[in-house]
Design a protein around this ligand. Sequence first.
Ligand code: ADQ
Length: 465
Amino acid sequence: MSRLIVVSNRVSAPKAMGAKGAQGGLAVALSAALGDYGGIWFGWSGQETDTFTGHLDMQRNQGVTTATIDLEPQDVDEYYNGYANRTLWPLFHYRIDLTEYDRNFGEGYERVNARFADSVGPLIEPGDLVWIQDYHLLPLASLLRGKGLKNRIGLFLHTPWPPTRLLVTLPFHERLVTSMLACDLIGFQTSEWLESFLHYIDKELGLPVSPDGEIEYEGRTIQARAFPIGIDYADFTAGAKSPEAEASYQKLRQSTRGRKVLIGVDRLDYSKGLGERLDSFGRFLTDNPEMAKDVVLLQIAPPSRGDVASYQQIREDLERKAGHINGAHADVAWVPIRYVNRGYPRTELAGFYRAADIGLVTPLRDGMNLVAKEYVAAQNPEDPGVLILSRFAGAALQMPDAVLVNPMSSEEVSIAIKYALDMSKEERIERHTKLLASVRDSNVENWTRDFIADLSGRTPAPDLI
Ligand code: ADQ
């Protein structure tokens, strides 16, 4: 069997579930695949060094080998905080108003991708499968090919792929996309992002594209396909029944004293629509004064990418907005919004989800969104909560039984909250049963298995992982 080489911006070595900083579902699934196939997980250590040496820090934890490199501060500024998170991230989330086009960012991005290729290249043996993750490393495959690598290379993009009309605002977009065609397999979260990509390939690059996503380029065939990612269903549902989950369930229930609880859990990121969500909740309170004192919104939003100015801005905006809504509606015994700026272990999160009557998942644009799936998986099937989900999350395509909303319309979201609060138990169970089946079946183990099977040109074998 081929070995697997996973390359991502950061690596996450296996840790126990519930441990502080334990692995998320994706890391668990990639670790499991690496455990099965053998191989290496390569990426940036998260550390900086004055001068790049290419020194590899190799470690082995619970059957998984990781190899990491340190980067120079200028690399981190230009590649990670710059091109990845100030150019590609906003552009791929349709936010050209926030997209920064800076030549230094582009150069830093190419330099770090070249450093990745120089460092991981020698670790790759003939026959290894190479699986590159995400928007940080789009040109990596072509740089590896430049070193003579003949291996099968796959790339999976966790973000949306923007419409062609937005993508062409990026200087050198042809070069970036053409470099991706050095892969054998390119995976997207949903058919929507896949179609946008193929539209670009057809209209901008003028390459032949077959109806099932095969692209012809320089005598090679590249397969593009949708692989919707899921959660680690078995692990997550087991965690939701743990004593830690029960304790956080009780804590939230008791402290809200019989009120209906709405929950939002998101990285603090403008793509998640947090400001619009607070506005919608504020509107609900105003439009439904008779229900207002019976609801509480718990918004958990740990800071992310704090070195990027737009992220500092969003934090300030949200604090102001939450304060404003609380100021307008609170009384001595009740505050409508609990806004918490920290992360929680996954088991505790599962307890919070279970205690919440409504999961409010309203990103303005999201590749998939795993919080929607975690919320569904954590519910009590005999008395489940209601998922309100943005139609602009990739997850909406797989979860039509959620209450789907346009997150830009505070009126629509406010009506959806009222509808969810009034929903009969029968309808809640009916919707939840269908949602749960989809979350269970499209879990992250199946996602890993399907991608690797396609990459290696095999039919998926369910017992491989
Ligand atoms: P993210 O943008 O990070 O992921 P999402 O899919 O929602 O978005 O995943 C977030 C994860 O972080 C969830 O597992 C959630 O539980 C966890 N998390 C969030 N807040 C937390 C907190 N306070 N404490 C602990 N954990 C917290 C990117 C893409 C998504 C895509 C995923 C996977 O942007 O669209 O679904 O990758 O491909």
